[in-house]
Every structure is written in C-alpha cells, then in structure tokens.
Design a protein around this ligand. Sequence first.
Ligand code: FAD
Length: 356
Amino acid sequence: MQNSTDGSHCARGRRIRTVDIRQVRTRVPVLEGQTILEAALQNGVSFPHGCRSGRCGSCKSRLIDGQIEMLSHSRFALTDEEKAAGLILACRAVPKTDTAVAWLGAGDEAAAVRARMRQGTVVSIDDVTHDIRRVRIRPDGTDALAFFAGQYADIRFGPSPVRSYSMANRSGDPELEFHIRRVPGGAASGYVHTVLKPGDRIVLEAPRGSAHLREGHCGPILCIAGGSGLAPIKSIVETALAHGMRQAIHVYFGARTERDLYLVDHFEALTRRHANLAFTTVLSEAQATARRIGIVTQAVADDFPDLANFKVYVAGPPPMVDAAMETAFGRGLNAGDMHADVFFTPQGQPPSGAAG
Ligand SMILES: Cc1cc2nc3c(=O)[nH]c(=O)nc-3n(C[C@H](O)[C@H](O)[C@H](O)COP(=O)(O)OP(=O)(O)OC[C@H]3O[C@@H](n4cnc5c(N)ncnc54)[C@H](O)[C@@H]3O)c2cc1C
C-alpha cells in the first residue's frame, strides 16, 4: 500500500483511507464509503458499538486527527456541543482523509473481548407471543460462550441474511436463549418463524455490543424494554441478581396489548424473590386493564423526576429508544450512563463484521 498525495491509498483499484484506532494501537484500512465502525469491525477491532445507526451513542469517539463526514444521527446520541468539542459517532463517520480516533467510555471491558465464530444447533423453539419466538441454541464445543449480559450475537439461520439477536440468558449457560420477533416481510425473522426447526444448524458470531451490564455501578438501575427488547434486559436483570447487585432495579416493559406481553410471570416471580427488583408493564393500546396504560417512556418520565445517579439500559424499536433517551437525559442522566440497543437493521446494511 502506497501513500498518495491527498492522504488516500489504493487497494485493488478502490481508494481507501486509514483510521488509526488509538486504544488498540492499530491502523486499519477504510474502504470508500465505509464508516469508521464498519472498517474497525471488518478488521477485527472490537470497537464499542450498539445500534450502528446513529441512535444509541455507544460508539461515541474523539476525532484526534483528520476529517470526516458525519451521516445523519439522533441529536440525543451526539449533541451539537459534543460535535463542537470534537466528538463523533464512529458508526456515522465516513473518513475524508486518513484519521485517528479514540473511543470514549474507558472501562468498557467488553471492547477487549473479540467476537468468535461458532456453529451450533437449534435445541428448541416455542411461541411466547403471537409474533415472538423463543429459540434456544446450543453452540458446538465444550466451552460455553462467555459474554457480558446485554450483548448480542450475529446469527445466520439457514439461507437468510445475518442478523443480530440479543442473548436473553446468563453467560456461561450451555444453551443460548433468543427472543425473535417476526418483522413483516423480514428475511431472517420470517425464516425463523416459518422454516426453522429444532435440530437445524446455525452459524453465529459473538459476543458483540457494548450495551451491557456495568457491574461496577452501585447506584440504581432502570431498564426499559419494548417487545423482544426484553431479551437483553432479561439477561441483564438475571445476571445482576445472581451476582448479588443489591441496588434498586426497575424494569419497565412496554407493549401494545396484553397479547404482546410475555415472561410476565417469570419477572413477577423474580420480584417476589428479590426485594430490590420492581417490574412494571405498560400497554399502549389496551383499554380495560389493571396494567399501566400509555407509552412506556411516559410512564418512566412520570415515575422518575431525577435519574442523575442511575444507569439506564434500553432495548427495543428505534422510536422507543429515541424517546427513552430524550426522557432520561431530560431527567439528568449522564451521557455515559445510557446503554441502548436499537433493534433495527436498515435494509441493505447487514451487520458489519458478521459471517457472510
Ligand atoms: C444490536 C441488535 C440486537 C438485536 N436484537 C434483537 C432481538 O433480540 N430480537 C429481535 O427480534 N430483534 C433483534 N434485533 C433486530 C434484528 O437484528 C433484525 O433487524 C430483525 O429481526 C429484522 O430482520 P429481518 O431480516 O427479519 O428483516 P429485514 O428483511 O432486514 O427487513 C424487512 C423490513 O422490515 C424493516 N425492519 C427491519 N428491522 C425491523 C424492526 N426491528 N422493526 C420494524 N421493521 C424492521 C426493514 O427496514 C425492512 O423494510 C436486533 C438488532 C440489533 C441491531
């Protein structure tokens, strides 16, 4: 590879830049149009990230050198003040010159763990709602897959495209549990709901993601889940309880109607065993019900005037995550205390660094 005069390089006829990632003292090539995050993951760097769509802020980084173009992103994920202070979102930053960056969030121990490719077998499938299936997978080999609670796997089911799904169990279990909602017209989730059966072989790459439980945090915890976003929240809550975290843990589970709720008995049983756990369901479209009615993030806003010392974990569809961020930051949450997963893969953009 040779330097050209404008700081770009050529490989197999394509202009590329490089990005120097300071934490890992590694310079990786960036193909034309690629974001810094895509280049890092493609080259095996476990760059902290979550949604890959400019919404969660997990990949927030400092631009140390060079110029980038920032693609559209949520104003909660990166504020104008942060931009002015030289911060970027690696998932939305396309280098215009060679660059150097350092991700924020020191202490993200998950960033040091490299995702590994594993094969596995589907052990069981059951419907937990009319459109969410619980799929259990046993990875091959004798060593259980280690991950931080809240992380996800990139999975290929049969011929469908690789998609991300969050582990719902605790690290170290011999089987991985996933909750997969059927997206209308969805390639991977449609396959899971119509074709996948026990005994089928799958390929996964894990662990990924930085919206995971921070066990060093001693203040209260607030978890907000929408739909199958309950999966990583279940892993976070069960891990926190099993590891003896004694602070208040508030879980809000938002769904449309009663038939969209699942694992309610499971969480209610946990609240009976653990006095520090509270579980609230909020239905947006129900009428006569004993449950809270409304938008889950509004319920959180009503219940928590001050989130200053909290850690907030959020998982679900994009509008819910956006609303959760607006609510939480509006109530004093520190930017580094929000850990969000956005359950959305824009069409035509399969997860970077994944198999295939
Ligand atoms: C970090 C991460 C973790 C995730 N964890 C889970 C999980 O635990 N459980 C789970 O069910 N999903 C999860 N997802 C979402 C999942 O990866 C897929 O995006 C989803 O299953 C749709 O894939 P598909 O191939 O079926 O749909 P596609 O074929 O990719 O899309 C079909 C159509 O639906 C739209 N679309 C894509 N995703 C969604 C969505 N989520 N909601 C509404 N419309 C959508 C597309 O834009 C397209 O128009 C996660 C996503 C990310 C990024």
